[in-house]
Write a protein that binds this ligand. Structure first.
Ligand code: CP3
Length: 352
């Protein structure tokens, strides 16, 4: 009698994350958390001691270790590449820093044609360390998929034009409406930079990508359509031939979900302000959905948190595919043990 070898673990390209993103059946709902690699973990704070944020993003040893930390600890179904949306901008020479507790701060904001001319394209040779980090990670991760990411043109433009984080995006909107030609040229340049950055990660072995348009929720549908959509579409199109599912996420983008899907994604990210049921109705079942536990619920007692997780898993069953996530990033003060418990609960209640 011959015995067949045990079945090999599914490759990362056939993992629950990739399958759910493609709307294929899965054994359980995949779960990962935006900002899972970061300050909520004591092991993260330890390895980051005395190393600046941008520097840590360019050191393959640190990138690999930090990206793996939440996978080891929580048993999530995907790793998110440890980097930042402004890393490619710094790589093409933009003078910026990531200030703890503040965010990206740009020394010379981009507001004129001459400022734009200083912003050059990104080539893979600018970021050989990113290729190296992704390769190391993919080898370590085995069957667990790695999600690569980039910032969308609007969100990047906001940091560049404002010079730092902004709640109102006033200067950005003033430029958009006041000089549409310059605005479109700036976003086209940023789209090429972000597209190249995504392509580096996907070419080196990332199994999926996420485009973060964190601040797009500040825009009306009309302005998103006129000033932003085509540029985000350019970024997503940059990896269209690489067979990686694309997730498109923004905060407060309940009114933009369909437009964000139409930009060229397989998965639309939903924050916690819109239920998955409403998101499904709005998007007509055209895309898989990702989301959407309110990060604040991580601080609630277990009972209401558990109930909410169960509801989200249940709502997600109606979608063509569902990737469980938070509605936005893990708060730095979240208890990591709660995250671990949420992962186990999602796996348990979604098992099929
Ligand atoms: O775990 C992960 O999600 C992977 C790593 C990741 C980081 N930034 C690491 C980081 C990802 C995916 C990002 C994306 C990012 N960066 C976004 C989009 C996601 C979102 O939250 O909407 C945005 C808007 C940025 C810009 C940025 N960088 C902000 C707003 C901040 C926080 C500033 C602060 O200190 O409050 C950063 C810094 C940053 N990026 C940190 C981390 C872990 C904190 C730096 C530190 O540990 O000192």
């Amino acid at each position: 009698m011959t015995t067949s070898p045990p079945p090999a673990a599914a490759p990362a390209s056939d993992s629950t994350l990739v399958r759910a993103a493609r709307g294929l059946p899965v054994a359980h709902t995949p779960v990962w958390f935006m900002r899972q690699a970061g300050r909520s973990l004591p092991e993260y704070r330890k390895v980051r001691e005395g190393v600046g944020m941008l520097e840590s993003c360019r050191r393959p040893d640190l990138v690999t270790e930090i990206t793996l930390q939440p996978v080891r600890r929580h048993g999530v179904d995907a790793a998110i590449f440890f980097s930042d949306i402004v890393v490619p901008l710094a790589a093409v020479g933009v003078d910026l820093d990531i200030v703890p507790g503040v965010g990206p701060v740009v020394a010379e904001p981009v507001r004129t044609r001459a400022d734009l001319e200083r912003l050059r394209d990104l080539v893979p040779e600018d970021v050989p360390d990113i290729t190296e980090s992704v390769r190391m990670l993919v080898a370590e991760l085995g069957a667990t998929p790695l999600i690569g990411f980039a910032g969308a043109p609007f969100t990047l433009a906001s940091y560049l034009v404002e010079g730092g984080p902004s709640r109102t995006h006033e200067r950005t909107k003033a430029l958009m409406h006041g000089d549409p030609g310059l605005w479109h040229d700036l976003c086209a340049r940023l789209a090429r930079i972000s597209g190249a950055f995504l392509r580096v990660q996907a070419s080196a072995g990332a199994s999926a990508v996420q485009l973060f348009d964190s601040w797009a929720g500040a825009l009306s549908r009309a302005d998103y359509t006129r000033f932003v959509a085509e540029h985000s579409a350019t970024v997503l199109a940059a990896v269209a031939d690489l067979d990686v599912p694309r997730i498109h996420f923004g905060v407060g983008t309940g009114e933009l979900l369909t437009l964000m899907g139409e930009a060229g994604a397989e998965v639309v990210g939903v924050d916690h302000r819109v239920s998955l049921t409403d998101a499904l109705e709005r998007t007509g079942g055209r895309w898989a959905l990702q989301g959407n536990l309110d990060p604040a619920l991580l601080f609630a007692p277990w009972e209401p948190l558990e109930q909410r997780v169960r509801e989200i898993v249940e709502e997600g069953r109606a979608a063509p595919g569902h990737v469980f996530n938070l509605g936005h990033g893990v708060p730095p003060s979240a208890d990591p043990d709660v995250l671990t418990r949420v992962v186990a609960l999602v796996h348990e209640v979604s098992a099929r």
